[in-house]
Write a protein that binds this ligand. Structure first.
Ligand code: ZN
Length: 301
């Protein structure tokens, strides 16, 4: 992506234009596909984040045109993503443990399946299919795991109505220009009584409220920021009943966790890095629940 960005103002999901600016860090003049990678270091320059005075939803406005965002995802390639392969597999099993509390067999669709770690873990119990906009990631998923992945969007995948027992989206809904349309499409391909599984950052969390404009969840690639209340209200509007909504933790090596501190004070980061070096625990797996991501299971009604 080399052309200058055109930014477009958007209304709230509820249709209101009565918006309050929460945080503002202007976008770089040009966004590149690097900004759309899962492991991007670009946390600053997330644009203008606003809260709707009518319904309380938080989102980014203005933002790049939908065509530029779509092209960014299609072209993004992220070789660093596989560096933490064992952690990604473990995290997939943590998600699946939650899903199995509701449904333990049938057809599972993952939207935004990246390089296929979750699908690979899920196929022990489910017949799996993925959708992934990044051509690179979709090809990786096929090459590594041989799982069927449609390179593109759910809208153009052409699945028959009422095909799947589960639709899963891990760290996906916040990237979509129109999350309501995505939920409509998920509802369309789910069987009656089928389950939607979602993970997304929680802007209503304590750490988001303390860190404010420096919170890790604020990124140029994120367009919507949900709280428990705004997410469950959108799900209800779209014909889903929320069956579970709780904070979500992740398992990574200490080396990875410390690399995620890039946005925080250098003193803190160097202290953490030195400590794990001295203790020789770089590769140790640690489960951390920072209580600022939401894990949701909702049922099609
Ligand atoms: Zn609103």
């Amino acid at each position: 992506m080399s052309d200058d960005m055109k930014l477009v103002e958007v209304d709230c999901l509820c249709g209101s234009r009565d918006l309050k600016v929460l945080y503002e860090r202007p976008y770089p003049r040009v966004l590149t596909e690097v900004d759309f990678n899962a492991t991007t270091d670009r946390f600053d320059a997330y644009g203008r984040i606003v809260r709707c005075r009518e319904c309380g939803h938080v989102f980014t406005s203005p933002r790049p045109e939908p065509e530029l965002i779509a092209r960014g995802y299609a072209e993004s390639a992220d070789p660093d993503y596989s560096q933490e392969a064992p952690s990604r597999a473990i995290n997939a099993h943590l998600c699946l443990a939650t899903i199995r509390g509701f449904v333990s067999s049938g057809r599972l669709l993952e939207v935004g399946c990246s390089a296929g770690y979750f699908l690979n873990a899920a196929r022990a119990d489910f017949s799996v299919t993925g959708v992934e906009p990044s051509r690179w990631a979709a090809a990786e998923a096929s090459r590594k795991f041989g799982v069927p992945v449609h390179a593109g969007s759910l809208a153009d995948a052409g699945f028959a109505a009422e095909t799947f027992d589960v639709a899963a989206m891990v760290d996906v809904i916040e990237h979509l220009a129109d999350p309501g349309a995505l939920l409509d499409q998920c509802r369309g391909v789910l069987k009656p009584g089928g389950f939607l599984y979602l993970v997304t950052p929680d802007i209503g969390s304590l750490s988001a409220r303390i860190l404010r404009g420096s919170w890790w969840g604020l990124r140029p690639a994120h367009l919507h920021y949900f709280t428990k209340a705004t997410l469950t209200s959108l799900l209800e509007k779209k014909g889903f009943e929320t069956r579970l909504c709780r904070s979500y933790g992740r398992m990574f090596t200490l080396d990875y966790w410390s690399s995620r501190l890039k946005n925080y004070p250098p003193l803190l980061r160097s202290f953490v890095e030195k400590s794990i070096g001295v203790l020789r625990v770089r590769d140790k797996f640690v489960y951390i629940n920072t209580r600022d991501s939401l894990e949701v299971v909702a049922q099609k009604i």
